[in-house]
Write a protein that binds this ligand. Structure first.
Ligand code: ADP
Ligand code: MG
Ligand code: ZN
Length: 500
C-alpha cells in the first residue's frame, strides 16, 4: 500500500520593529537582554490599560503579505484568543481571526522535481507571548520555548515578559506540501524573504522565526485529509526536515498496523532525533474568539498598499530566476547567492564593475572572498573589500599583471588593510613577470640544478614536470606568468630529450 504525506505550515515571524505591537516598550533580543527590562503596564496586562496599534508593524506585515501576492483586506479585525498560561499576562492574546490582514497568496518553490506553487491561506497580525524558563529540582535551568509544558522535575518556573507583546506575523499555507524536502524549500524561501524585507533576522535558533508543520498521511488516491499532528520547537531547517520525515514514517507505520493516528501537538527532541507527545490538540472553539473591544478595525488605504508595493526590493525568487536566466548560473549557485541579498548584490556589482566573466567573478566571490568572510565572522554587508575593489583586482589578473596565486595573496591583504589591489601590488613589487627571455633563463637554470629529476622525466616519469614547474615559480618569487613558464618548461624538456 502506498501513502501520500500531506503537510501544511504555520510560520510565526517576530517583526523586529522599534517598539512592541500595542505599547511603546522596545523590542529587545530575547536571548541576551536582562529579563523583564522591556515591560510596561500594557504588555504586562494591567487592568485599565489600552492597546494602540504599532504602524511600523502593520507596514512590515504589508511588505510580507504583498510580496507573497496576497489580497489585502482594506479592513481587518483584531480578536481576543482566550486561554490561561503564565506567559500570557492578559489571559488572552490579541490576534486576528475571522478577518485577517491578508488572504490567498503564493510562493513558488524549487525542488529536485522542479517548480511547485504553494498556496498561502492567510497572513495575520498578532502579539508574541512571554517566555518561561522551567527550573528543575537540581537547580539546572532548562529553557523551553513558547507553550512547552513544565515536566515532573520542574521545581519552579521563571517568567520573562520582554517578548510579551512583540509584533508577530502568522503565515499559514494550504496543505500543499507532499514531502519534507518541499517543506524545507518553502521555509528557506520565506526566511530569505523576511530578511530581504528587513522584517526579521531569520535566526531560527533564537526563536524569532518559528515553523510549525502540520502533518498527515493518507492512502494514495484518496481525497479526504488524514488526522494531523503539529510539531513545535523546531529551531533549525535540519530539525524541520527530520521532524517532518519522522512523523510521516510514524503515521505510515501506525496505519500499516491497522491503527489510527491521534490528533495532537508534539515536540521535537534533538538528542533522541524523535518527536514526543506534548498535548492533545485543542479546537478553535476552546479559545472563545471574539472581536477585541479595545481596538478599532484596522484600515489599510489603497495608497498605503501602493506605496509598500512600489518600495519592495527585487525579491529572492526574482533574483534567483534572473541569475539563472541572465548569467547562466546553476540553480544551486543562483540560490546560494539569492538567499543572501547582500551576497547577490555584491556579486552583481563586482560583475558590472569589471570585464571578468561570470565564472571568474562567481568563483572569487563565493570562493576566496567568502572564506575570508567566514574566517573573520563577517558578512557581505560588512565586507572590508568593496565589490568595485574586488573587480579592480580581477582586472589586474585579467590583464596578466599578476597571476592567480598572487591575486589570492593580494585579496587577503586588501581584506586586512583595506588598501586597493593596485596599491598593494605596487608597494610590494608583485607585478607578474611575463618576459620570455628572463623566464627562459630561469627554466634553464632550474633544469641544470636538478639533473636527476630531468633524467627521470626522460625515463618516462612525465609528472616530474609539475615539480620542476614549482621550482621555477619559486625561483621567480611566485610572480612568474604560469602559462609562459609552463610552455617554456615543456619546450626545454622536449629539446633536452631530443638531443639525447
Ligand atoms: P488549526 O486550526 O488546528 O491550526 P488549520 O485548519 O487552521 O488548523 O490548519 C493549520 C495548518 O495545518 C494549515 O497550514 C493547514 O494547511 C494545515 N492542515 C490542516 N489540516 C491538515 C491535515 N489534515 N493534514 C495536513 N495539514 C493540514
Ligand atoms: Mg495550528
Ligand atoms: Zn510594554
Amino acid at each position: 500500500m502506498t501513502y501520500e504525506p500531506v503537510i501544511g505550515l504555520e510560520v510565526h515571524i517576530e517583526m523586529q520593529t522599534q517598539s512592541k505591537m500595542f505599547c511603546a516598550c522596545p523590542v529587545v533580543d530575547s536571548v541576551s537582554a536582562e529579563p523583564n527590562t522591556a515591560v510596561c503596564p500594557i504588555c504586562a496586562g494591567h487592568p485599565g490599560t489600552l492597546p494602540v496599534v504599532n504602524a511600523q508593524a502593520v507596514e512590515y506585515a504589508l511588505r510580507v503579505a504583498i510580496a507573497l501576492g496576497c489580497t489585502i483586506n482594506p479592513v481587518s479585525i483584531f480578536a481576543r484568543k482566550n486561554y490561561f498560561y503564565p506567559d500570557i499576562p492578559k489571559g488572552y492574546q490579541i490576534s486576528q481571526y475571522e478577518q485577517p490582514l491578508a488572504l490567498n497568496g503564493k510562493i513558488t518553490i524549487e525542488t529536485a522535481q522542479g517548480e511547485k506553487v504553494i498556496r498561502i491561506r492567510r497572513v495575520h497580525l498578532e502579539e508574541d507571548t512571554g517566555k518561561l524558563t522551567h527550573v528543575e529540582a537540581n537547580g539546572e535551568a532548562e529553557e523551553r520555548r513558547n507553550e512547552a509544558t513544565a515536566s515532573s522535575q520542574t521545581a519552579y518556573s521563571l517568567v520573562d515578559l520582554n517578548r510579551a507583546g512583540v509584533p508577530l506575523l502568522e503565515i499559514v499555507t494550504e496543505p500543499d506540501f507532499r514531502s519534507a524536502e518541499e517543506v524545507r524549500a518553502y521555509a528557506e524561501q520565506l526566511r530569505a524573504l523576511v530578511r530581504y524585507l528587513g522584517v526579521n533576522s531569520g535566526d531560527l535558533e533564537k526563536g524569532v522565526m518559528r515553523i510549525e508543520p502540520n502533518i498527515s498521511v493518507r492512502r494514495m488516491g484518496e481525497s479526504a485529509l488524514g488526522t494531523k499532528v503539529e510539531i513545535k520547537n523546531l529551531n533549525s531547517f535540519r530539525a524541520l526536515e527530520r521532524g517532518v520525515a519522522y512523523e510521516i514514517k510514524r503515521h505510515i507505520a501506525i496505519l500499516e498496523a491497522g491503527g489510527t493516528v491521534a490528533q495532537e501537538t508534539v515536540g521535537w527532541d534533538e538528542t533522541r532525533q524523535a518527536t514526543f507527545s506534548q498535548r492533545s490538540k485543542e479546537d478553535a472553539h476552546d479559545y472563545r474568539y471574539f472581536p477585541e473591544p479595545d481596538l478599532p478595525p484596522l484600515v489599510v488605504s489603497q495608497a498605503w498598499m501602493n506605496r509598500v508595493r512600489e518600495n519592495l526590493p527585487e525579491l529572492p525568487w526574482q533574483i534567483y530566476r534572473r541569475f539563472v536566466d541572465e548569467y547562466g548560473l546553476s540553480r544551486a549557485e543562483a540560490w546560494g547567492l539569492a538567499q543572501e541579498r547582500m551576497a547577490a548584490l555584491y556579486f552583481e556589482a563586482a560583475l558590472k564593475a569589471g570585464s571578468s566573466g561570470v565564472r571568474t567573478v562567481y568563483a572569487w566571490v563565493m570562493g576566496e572572498l567568502l572564506s575570508l568572510l567566514n574566517a573573520s565572522g563577517k558578512g557581505f554587508e560588512t565586507c572590508p573589500v568593496s565589490a568595485i575593489e574586488l573587480a579592480a583586482l580581477l582586472e589586474l589578473m585579467r590583464a596578466g599583471k599578476i597571476n592567480q596565486q598572487t591575486g589570492k595573496t593580494v585579496l587577503g591583504e586588501m581584506f586586512e588593510s583595506g588598501k586597493s589591489a593596485a596599491a598593494i601590488v605596487a608597494e610590494k613589487g608583485l607585478t607578474q613577470v611575463s618576459d620570455a627571455d628572463f623566464l627562459s633563463s630561469l627554466v634553464a637554470e632550474t633544469l641544470a640544478e636538478h639533473p636527476n629529476e630531468v633524467a627521470s622525466y626522460r625515463a618516462g616519469k612525465v609528472t616530474v614536470s609539475n615539480w620542476l614547474f614549482g621550482q621555477v615559480m619559486r625561483k621567480a618569487g611566485g610572480r612568474a606568468n604560469p602559462q609562459v613558464v609552463r610552455a617554456e618548461l615543456e619546450r626545454q624538456l622536449r629539446i633536452e630529450q631530443n638531443t639525447n
